[in-house]
Design a protein around this ligand. Sequence first.
Ligand code: GUN
Length: 285
Amino acid sequence: MAAVIIDGKQTAAELRARIAKECTALRRSGVLPGLCVVVVGDDPASAVYVRNKHRACEEAGIYSEIISLPAVTTQQALCTLIRQLNEAPQIHGILVQLPLPPQINPSAVIAVIDPRKDVDCFHAQNVGLLYLGTPRFSPCTPAGVIALLEEYGIAIAGKECVVLGRSNIVGKPLAAMLLARDGTVSICHSKTQGLREICARADILISAVGHAGFVRGDMIKPGAAVIDVGINRGADGKLCGDVVFSEALARAGHLTPVPGGVGPMTIAMLLQNTLTAAKLLSGAF
Ligand code: GUN
C-alpha cells in the first residue's frame, strides 16, 4: 500500500489560523506582537525565505520589519543593530537570517541577541533549556517536524528514530526533542558507518542532509514514517528533498513531500515563537 502523504501546507494553515486568533486576543489586550528579520548581503534563497516570513506575519497579524544590510557590513555594526533591537519595545522576536557573509561569525552575533527575543532558538541559553527539557522556544524546523508527527498520530515514545544530519539548526535540536518525547534516537552523519542498516531499522526516519536522492527505498523500513527536511534542486531544476519520493512512497507508512511538507511548518513555528516571545515579554502569560 502506498504511504499516507503528510500535508504540511494544510497543517501549517490550521496552525497559522490558530496563531492569528491568539494574536487578535493579544492585540486586544494592547500588545501587537512584532518580529524583526535582519538580512546581510543578497543571498537569493534568503531573499525568498525573508519575503515568505514577512507575508506570513502580515496574514497572522504580527508586525514585521525587515532590515537589509549590505554584504560588506561588519560584525560590530551588526551587533550594534542587534543591541538596539534588544531594547526596542515594539520588537519581540529577532531573527538574523543565515548564512552571513564570511567576515561575520554567526555564533558571536547569535550570542548578542536577547535570549527572550531569540525566536530561532539558536542562543546557547535557549539551546541549553531545550536540552534540559524545559524549553523557552522550540527551533522552528524541528518543531515543525514534531508537530507533523503529532498531527498524523505517529507515536514517538519507544520508537527507533533516526536523524540524518547533525546541524545546529535541524539535526541536533531535533534529536533532543525526539529524546524528550521518549524516542530511541540515533544521529547519523558523514562519518557514520553502516548508515543503510541504521536507517532500515528506523520507525521514524528524518533526513536533513541536503543531497537530492540521498535516501533510497531500500533504506526504509516498510511502514516507517519518513520526514524529508531537505530542500534541493534536482537535475531537472525542480525543488526536491533528500528522499527519492517514488521509492519511498512504495515502502513508507507516512511520507512528507517537498515542497509542501516540512517547509510550510517552519514558518508557522516562527509565528508561534514570535507570539510566545510577545506574551513572555509583555507578561501576558
Ligand atoms: N537560514 C535557513 N534556515 C534558517 C533558519 O531557520 N533561521 C535563520 N535565522 N536562518 C536560516
